[in-house]
Ligand binder design. Structure first.
Ligand code: MIC
Ligand code: SF4
Length: 641
């Protein structure tokens, strides 16, 4: 039986388990990436593991998220990351060099390799045929130390692309269509593998837009074949030597299949506040726009920026619109500067931001009260922009630029002739902003400013877990709800006591105080709990507040792994309707927790207040059971070494 792309790469890297969907496997990781908002914690964890030098083929640390320096905190983190990486053999991409996923794709990604990144959009690398997976910082730290990465063997869903996009319809519209079909939880437990004739019509940056935003499906990753188009891209990056052709076998088998006719797609937008809340621009209508933000790891490539510059050329941004543009990397920005496109953007009135995440993670440019903000980003969760009442719509760069000029949501197809913008034969290559690590056995001093704090470690699982249901939340709760991130909070990513004061506050401002008063307890949630970011802070803050178990209808992939790494028991209702049988403030209890967890599968939860028993389930592997019993991955690793 033939193998699909994902299976081929997994097979090549398999350390334990078999290619059977739903079972635990572990794989060897070739490359890792971190960024600064998760990196500080990841490197503290790497230090705690105690491996002197990374064992991967290449590990890169990027500074791209926390780039507003309103105080010393972010700069402290940057210096810590710069020195700790130098000491342990990791490349350091300086602030200004670009967004991690964009730079990794341009400069370091290699088809057929595995990449583990402490950022949920790591699957961007799937655009050149990498098996690129987002994970919590602890998992990345383990991988840097040469340890295997454990995951559930995914099902593989083939998305068959047929036909060709019409002019002014973009790769962003393809992934919005996939989101409309599969929803934000439709990808959980799956790899989304793109195939079919339509693949050949898409450039690498277009493919990367699609695999990037595949994170919003909850998928393990998304991947395109590595073909002639990939070879040309790598050659233009001066890296033809990194090219390997990787195609699925002709008789490859897929667990699911979906067909999208590219020719039938039209420009679309994801409406507030979910990436799967997709409608066509026509359905939404010509709503008035206050802000347009172009950039992010989804849509900041040279090709995207050139289309934007073409649309802006000779025009002026509408007086009621603030247009901000952040080219994805120094390479992109440098090329735009050299060919005059940057001047066209500036002349039109665009506010140029540094090559970083910026407004995508609320690092500045929070829109005005009740603003309509069009963004070429991948997430429009409520409050993520930094303004709770803002209404964020996710669109293609073409739609964004057209709307910035008119002041209303505008279908770019009204712009007339579609420009011919060629993929460059040679990108501008200058890796001077990437610092190689110090040689082995160096005596680099790791600089720890006052912002660098130790991280919390859990205790072994207690015999009886008892406490209140401290909060009950609905479906699709994101990590932005659990551990909000914005310009004010991101500087404290290694200060868990401080961050915990904001845990779940978008759902209930009193949650942290209640958790403390009660000495911890339980979180009750709906389905797809913890979707979104890879931030392990969404597990570490609850850990600090004494959360013993999280009981939900279903979990998002990365978040549940982070809970287990932190030693917090993740439980799902055997019968989802039992969600109704717990109210906030009910006292809950799990007796013989150790024995029940050891036995695996069903765990009896008592609702003491209501005098009833509820059956919950765990899908913990043997190793994960060990982690829960030990109180997290770090304790478990120490016990087993
Ligand atoms: C995000 O897009 O939410 C982030 C910020 O990049 C996160 C990482 C983080 O929370 O630091 C992600 O997607 O993993
Ligand atoms: Fe940065 Fe936004 Fe991409 Fe996250 S989604 S890595 S914040 S650009």
């Amino acid at each position: 039986m033939g193998l699909n792309l994902a299976q081929k790469i997994i097979k090549e890297h398999l350390i334990s388990g078999e290619l059977k969907a739903g079972t635990e496997i572990s794989i060897r990781i070739d490359q890792t990436l971190t960024q600064d908002s998760t990196g500080t914690m990841a490197y503290l964890e790497f230090e705690a593991i105690g491996v002197p030098r990374v064992k991967t083929k290449k590990s890169v640390a990027y500074i791209d998220h926390n780039t507003l320096q309103a105080g010393f905190e972010n700069a402290d983190d940057h210096k810590f990351i710069q020195t700790v990486t130098s000491k342990h053999g990791i490349y350091f991409s300086r602030p200004g060099n670009g967004i991690c996923h964009q730079v990794q794709l341009e400069r370091f990604g290699v088809p057929g390799m595995t990449l583990l990144g402490s950022d949920s959009h790591t699957p961007t690398g799937g655009g050149i045929g990498m098996l690129a997976i987002g994970a919590g910082g602890m998992d990345v730290a383990v991988a840097m130390g040469g340890g295997p990465y454990y995951l559930t063997m995914p099902k593989v869903c083939r998305v068959n692309l047929v036909g060709k996009l019409s002019p002014w319809v973009a790769a962003k519209d393809i992934i919005l269509e996939v989101l409309a079909i599969l929803t934000v939880k439709g990808g959980v437990g799956k790899v989304i593998e793109y195939a079919g004739e339509g693949v050949k019509t898409l450039t690498v940056p277009e493919r990367a837009t699609i695999t990037n935003m595949g994170a919003e499906l909850g998928a393990t990753t998304s991947i395109f074949p590595s073909d002639e188009i990939t070879r040309e891209f790598l050659a233009a990056q001066g890296r033809e030597g990194d090219f390997v052709e990787i195609l699925p076998d002709v008789d490859a088998v897929y667990e699911e299949e979906l067909t999208i006719d590219l020719g039938k797609l039209v420009p679309m937008a994801a409406k507030p506040h979910m990436p799967d809340n997709v409608e066509t621009l026509e359905e939404i209508g010509k709503i008035k726009v206050d802000q347009v933000a172009i950039g992010s790891c989804t849509n900041s490539s040279y090709m995207d920026m050139m289309k934007v510059a073409y649309i802006l050329k000779g025009k002026t941004v509408h007086p009621d619109v603030s247009l901000v543009i952040a080219p994805g990397s120094k390479q992109v920005l440098g090329m735009l500067a050299e060919n005059g496109a940057l001047a066209d953007m500036v002349a039109a009135g665009a506010r140029i931001l540094e090559s970083a995440c910026g407004p995508c993670i609320g690092m500045g440019q929070a829109p005005k009260t009740d603003a309509i903000s069009l963004r070429t980003f991948n997430r429009n969760f409520e409050g993520r922009s930094g303004t709770k009442s803002a209404q964020v719509y996710l669109v293609s760069p073409e739609t964004a630029a057209a709307s910035a000029i008119t002041g209303v949501l505008t279908d770019p197809r009204t712009l007339g002739e579609y420009p011919v913008i060629e993929m460059p034969g040679h990108f501008k290559i200058n890796d001077n902003m990437v610092i190689a690590p110090a040689p082995e056995n160096n005596d680099v001093e790791v600089v720890r400013g006052p912002n660098i704090k130790p991280f919390p470690v859990n205790k072994p699982l207690a015999e009886t877990i008892k406490g209140k249901a401290l909060i009950k939340v609905e479906d699709n709760i994101t990590t932005d709800h659990i551990m909000p991130s914005n310009a004010k909070l991101l500087p404290f990513r290694s200060n868990i006591p401080y961050l915990s004061e904001f845990c779940l506050t978008p759902c209930d401002p009193d949650f942290p105080a209640r958790a403390k008063e009660n000495g911890g307890g339980f979180i009750i949630g709906g389905s797809n709990y913890g979707q979104g970011s890879s931030r392990e802070h969404a597990a570490l803050a609850p850990l600090y507040l004494g959360i013993k178990a999280v009981i939900v209808k279903s979990f998002a992939r990365i978040h549940v792994a982070n809970l287990i790494n932190s030693g917090i028991l993740p439980l799902t209702f055997k019968n989802p309707e039992d969600y109704e049988k717990i109210d906030e403030d009910d006292v809950l209890q799990i007796k013989d927790a150790v024995a029940q967890v050891k036995a695996g599968q069903e765990i009896v939860l008592e609702n003491v207040t209501k005098g009833i028993k509820i059956i919950t389930e765990t899908t913990l592997s043997k190793r994960q059971i060990g982690m829960i019993l030990a109180g997290g991955l770090l304790n478990y690793t120490r016990e087993n070494n």
